[in-house]
Design a binder for this molecule. Structure first.
Ligand code: DON
Length: 306
């Protein structure tokens, strides 16, 4: 793999940016440039290859759900977490209200849809939202090697102001006992995590961390980390791209997680991390060009899990 190959893949898929639009249900996200496209790949030997608009900062959005899940599993153990949240892919949009009542006994189907991630947020340990948020940031800081993990205030305010769909999911879960803490605090933590600023290279480092079974510079920092990472990767493979997960599983076959800001973080099993940005998203909420790039990376470098 080298810069030239990655540039070729990027240019070959550039026209797919025209098949999507920037998310606008969170108004601040609409200002992103839909033509942007960038890829970073990291290897355990410390190689970092970046092409295109990879210096651009964007918010993690749903990619934060993976980190959120790992911290919650380390905090509570998998049994406790999955007593409140399911393990199945949903086949519905990421913010579906209907499926919460009609499927899986009022439990959100998995931790990567909005309802599941809000329920997971309510399980992160900490005295208050600030401490919970800082604990997740500290973990992210170790994974990415970035001292300061920061939140994009404009996006955070925009999310909070327009997050009524998420509020309705959260209050429903309070009524069924899935959330048994303060609902507004669980939502606030969720909004903050979605608003964390990253670049493609940060996403690639998260991918590499997952791909190595949870190692940070060769070390496993917590005895339950390999299990937590295995859980995260399994759910990414089956549900990371929402109702496009089956297709992506078949065509790319790489555990991946997308966000509505157009980021995709992927963790092929060959000890490699991939970060992609392409803010024009398709109707399923995934980067339109990003999913095509993932397919190409998979076929060119033999990254499919099967
Ligand atoms: O809660 C939301 O709707 C957003 N903050 C995150 C959703 C998201 O990223 C879905 N991803 N493709």
């Amino acid at each position: 793999m080298n810069v030239k190959n990655l540039e070729e893949i990027l240019n070959r898929n550039r026209s797919y940016t025209n098949q999507g639009e920037t998310a606008n249900y969170i108004p601040e996200l609409a200002y992103a440039n839909p033509q942007q496209l960038g890829i970073t790949v990291c290897t355990p030997r410390g190689e970092v290859i970046s092409v295109g608009d990879c210096e651009v900062e964007f918010t993690m959005q749903s990619i934060s759900k993976v980190v959120n899940l790992i911290v919650a599993v380390l905090d509570n153990g998998p049994e406790q977490v999955f007593s409140k949240v399911g393990m199945e892919s949903s086949g519905e949009p990421f913010n579906s209200v209907a499926e919460l009542e009609t499927k899986a006994e009022n439990k959100p189907l998995n931790p990567l849809i909005n309802a599941g991630a809000i329920a997971v947020s309510s399980m992160i340990k900490g005295r208050d939202v600030e401490e919970q948020f800082q604990r997740v940031c500290t973990f992210l800081s170790k994974i990415t090697g970035k001292e300061n993990i920061t939140l994009n205030e404009r996006i955070y305010e925009s999310e909070k102001l327009t997050g009524d769909r998420n509020r309705s999911l959260a209050y429903f879960m309070k009524s069924t006992g899935v959330i048994d803490t303060n609902v507004e605090e669980a939502l606030d933590l969720y909004f903050r995590l979605c608003s964390i600023s990253v670049t493609c290279s940060d996403l690639a480092k998260i991918g590499l961390f997952l791909s190595t079974g949870g190692k940070i510079q060769g070390e496993i920092l917590h005895k339950n980390m390999p299990k937590a990472v295995q859980i995260a990767l399994s759910i990414m493979l089956t549900a990371g791209l929402y109702n496009e997960s089956g297709e992506t599983m078949m065509k790319a076959g790489i555990p991946a997680k997308s966000g509505v800001s157009g980021g995709i973080m992927a963790a092929p099993p060959n000890e490699m991390g991939i970060g992609i940005i392409g803010p024009a998203i398709n109707s399923k909420g995934n980067s339109a060009a990003g999913v095509k790039i993932l397919e190409d990376l998979s076929s060119e470098y033999n990254l499919h899990v099967f």
